[in-house]
Design a protein around this ligand. Sequence first.
Ligand SMILES: [Zn+2]
Length: 609
Amino acid sequence: MNNSLKPSSAIRNFTFLPVLLFLFFPVSTLRAQNSQGSLIEYAVSMENPNNHYFHIVLNYSTSGEKSVQLKMPVWTPGYYMIMDYPKNLINFNVTGSSGNKLIWKKSSKNCWEINTESEKSVRVTYDIFAFRTSVADSFLDDGRGFISPTGIFMYPEGKKDHPVIVSIIPYEKFGEISTGLDPVPGRKNTFYAAGFDVLYDCPILAGNQEILRFETGGIPYTIAAENLGKIERKKLIEDYRKIVETSTSLIGEIPYKHYTFIMMNKGMGGLEHTNSMAVFSNRLDIGSSELSGGWLSFIAHEFFHLYNVKTIRPIVLGPFDYDRENYTDMLWFSEGVTSYYENLILNRAGLFTMEDVFRELKISISNYENIPGHLFQSVAESGFDSWMLFFNRSENASNTTISYYDKGCAIGMFLDLAIRHKSGNNRSLDDVMRTLYKVYYKGLNRGFTNAEFREVCEKTAEASLAEIFDVYIPTTAEIDYSKYLAYAGLSIDAEPVETPGTWIGTNTRDEGGNLVISRVEWNSPAYNAGLSPNDIIKEINGEKATAELLNNILSSGNPGDKISITISHRDITNNVEVMLGRKTIKSFEIKLLPNPSPEQIAILNNWLE
Ligand SMILES: [Zn+2]
């Protein structure tokens, strides 16, 4: 068992012993005490931020080895896509203790092999171009220095568990540094990680962010936000506190000693970490004084990940292989069930009504049921192939793929309702989460296999859950929603209903005055007539095509009418006849059944407030 392979354990263990050490010994003493007798210390500076380069200096004291392999990860845990971070690196240089240049060569895209010439210490310097705004990319300008650590720091092969010290030398106009890393007392802007898994799990934001603080359960929480606009700070803290308290009381144990919410403006997405999260606030309405339900769901999602995926996790998701894809077909659980818990957490925290939960579940189910992708891709496949399909969507994505967030959320609900029903309302998915945390994270210090996960679910239900595990997760078979919702005295409207007007199955966009097709739905009239994404619609029924003309024709036409469309692609112009059709969708509206049994009422009341 190696604690430093697990970020949360490492943080917990570190704060227990070394904090005491810091109180009584200078840091140099601490350094000397690391188990492998060597030092790995990074300094990151950002002198000319509008050139977008971080300058990195690594001081590495060797253990006498003749060669050192320095490796940079090619992906970031939680962001399941190969990012190839070394593409941002220039000016790699290595010197020995007297400043002499050492020889190095690259042995793969992310590995630098250094000949140490038996030097006791080597100094490595390089620059990283940081100009993409995503939670998995570093970014630097005169307003923000965001360090996504996997794309900045290299680990010496074989020493992933070695303690690391990181000093940040901020741009002169930056006043704050926010991170989940533990500060090194007495050394300004200097932080400690018990190993590289911990370092890679702790993004760092340097800038002039506003700092809000609160404490609950004896644990300090920091909110580091770039732009909160008119949002009422007190209310924000109260809402966050409720999310924290509800989530942590669900599992009953907190695996960190401090937590940091990093909130950056202008950008999309969020990424979970064991004792921090980094989120972009495009979805935050800073003109309003209150946080929207959508924003609070987002925060609840990223926060609950500290359990589901960071500690409660499929066996493949930690310790990580930073060189390549880490495949799992359980992202429906790690992501989708986290989405399911967003709703429960907000409901239990008093931030979502029962109707809010029904609405969110309806949206998740509609998102995959009303696109053709649900006929082609199971939720297990959706997660497994996320590396090539999910973050890199093509024009055809909704025809052939679904989101493991959406269907995984529904599977979470089926599991929860089935366990509640089969256990006579005595147990729920919460018991599964607590068991997984206790047995696999705490007890065995590892993730669980698919078989172990199923076993915990079925033991908790004291019944077979074969329909969910053998049919709904691995296949695209039609789902009997009513059966599961009825366990809680609810109905769900899964009847296909025709939408008003007619339909040909295209989405369009305006491109310099041209009406361009952006998406064509599988098996739709447009698809069967051979229309394609990126086709320019020149004319409809002999008139110059506009979005308004197309809408008018579709809303006033009748199914079976034929329209003539002139399209152009790659300098080829064609006339195509398209027969207008009728679109059907299912609403998945969730409502109370008229005469629920006492058992159904009890399950509903136990499930939602
Ligand atoms: Zn997530």
